[in-house]
Design a protein around this ligand. Structure first.
Ligand SMILES: Cc1cc2nc3c(=O)[nH]c(=O)nc-3n(C[C@H](O)[C@H](O)[C@H](O)COP(=O)(O)OP(=O)(O)OC[C@H]3O[C@@H](n4cnc5c(N)ncnc54)[C@H](O)[C@@H]3O)c2cc1C
Length: 301
């Protein structure tokens, strides 16, 4: 069985950046990816310096090409289903859905997060006309008639105030949830309309939103907008490996990617279990890779 210095699970910007850094540090790396990166649904990625407007797949292709020039890195399109530690050898055994196994001294969890929406119909429009990050897609939707779809008051307040910077033609949909008088009057003052009725359906063409239908039968015209999803990690690896998590569900680290479980590291959105950005994830990948390399160096010096 092949033995690696580090197995990286997740080939998003966090994992890819870590792979590049570790490859350049002459470490033997296997990086696994199963193509479930959450931004695969979008046409263009914005805000990554030098790559503004790039397609997510092109971003991955460029990164993969760079990484492949380092001979100690193996890139594998496989899903990891299990990670266990051999307490005697201190090595980790990583298993794939194809029943293949790999051994490694260190493991980097960079598996990102996924979204759960207040309405399942949002999925059809997500990445084309409905988004969750105004910094990523606010510019493209500027001055358009937009919807804010969210259910919790704190989320509604935050997202509405933020998006108001890009478009003042806003309508808030709470899908059956009531808002405090305070927030209602704040919105009234800014001429932001509010619908607290349940949403029945979304209508559009080719994933471009046209209208939002309420339970009352009313159709409200909107050409795009922002939603606040719930985010979750797509696996239980951190828990199974005894990485401590704080009361907010954030994986506890030393600030440089080392979890509380020896040999297990984390980078990118999976650490906080919440949304960030390509640039932040890539930077975290670099930082965590430096910790991994330093720890291997000290272990073996
Ligand atoms: C619609 C949309 C638009 C966005 N637009 C922008 C934008 O314009 N600019 C910006 O900066 N950010 C944008 N983002 C956010 C950006 O995609 C994330 O911040 C970033 O991808 C997080 O990087 P990551 O490496 O942590 O996770 P990811 O990019 O999600 O990568 C995680 C990887 O892990 C892999 N994986 C998961 N589980 C397994 C497993 N068990 N085995 C093998 N592989 C596994 C997945 O295939 C995935 O590729 C957008 C997100 C969405 C949803």
């Amino acid at each position: 069985m092949n033995k690696y210095d580090c197995v990286i699970i997740g080939g998003g910007p966090a994992g890819l950046s870590a792979a590049l850094t570790l490859g350049r540090a002459r470490r033997k790396i296997a990086i696994f990816d199963n193509g479930t990166n959450r931004n695969r649904v979008t046409q263009e990625s914005h805000g990554f310096l030098t790559r503004d407007g790039i397609k997510p797949q092109e971003f991955k292709n460029i990164a993969s090409k760079e990484i492949k020039s380092y001979p100690s890195i193996s890139m594998l399109d496989q899903t990891i289903i299990e990670i266990t530690k051999n307490d005697k050898s201190g090595l980790f055994l990583v298993k794939t859905s194809e029943n293949k196994s790999y051994m490694s001294a260190k493991v980097l969890l960079a598996t990102g997060i996924q979204e759960e929406f207040p309405l399942p119909q949002i999925r059809q429009y997500y990445g084309k006309s409905l988004f969750s990050c105004p910094y990523c897609d606010g510019w493209e939707l500027r001055d358009k008639p937009l919807a804010i779809i969210a259910e919790k008051e704190e989320h509604i307040k935050h997202m509405t105030k933020l998006v108001f910077n890009w478009s003042q033609d806003l309508i808030v949909f709470t899908n059956g949830h009531q808002l405090s008088d305070n927030v209602q009057s704040e919105f009234e003052r800014k001429k932001i309309k509010l619908y607290t009725e349940c949403v029945k359906n979304l209508h559009g063409e080719d994933s471009n939103l046209i209208s939002i239908e309420l339970e009352t039968g009313e159709h409200i015209l909107r050409s795009g907008g922002f939603v606040v999803p719930n985010f979750y990690r797509p696996n239980k690896f951190a828990k199974q490996l005894n990485c401590q998590v704080d009361e907010n569900g954030i994986i506890i680290t030393d600030g440089a990617g080392r979890t509380t479980a020896a040999g297990i590291y984390v980078a990118g959105e999976t650490e906080k279990g919440g949304a960030s950005s390509l640039m932040i994830a890539a930077a975290e990948g670099f930082k965590t890779a430096s910790s991994i390399n330093l720890d291997i160096t000290i272990d073996r010096f």
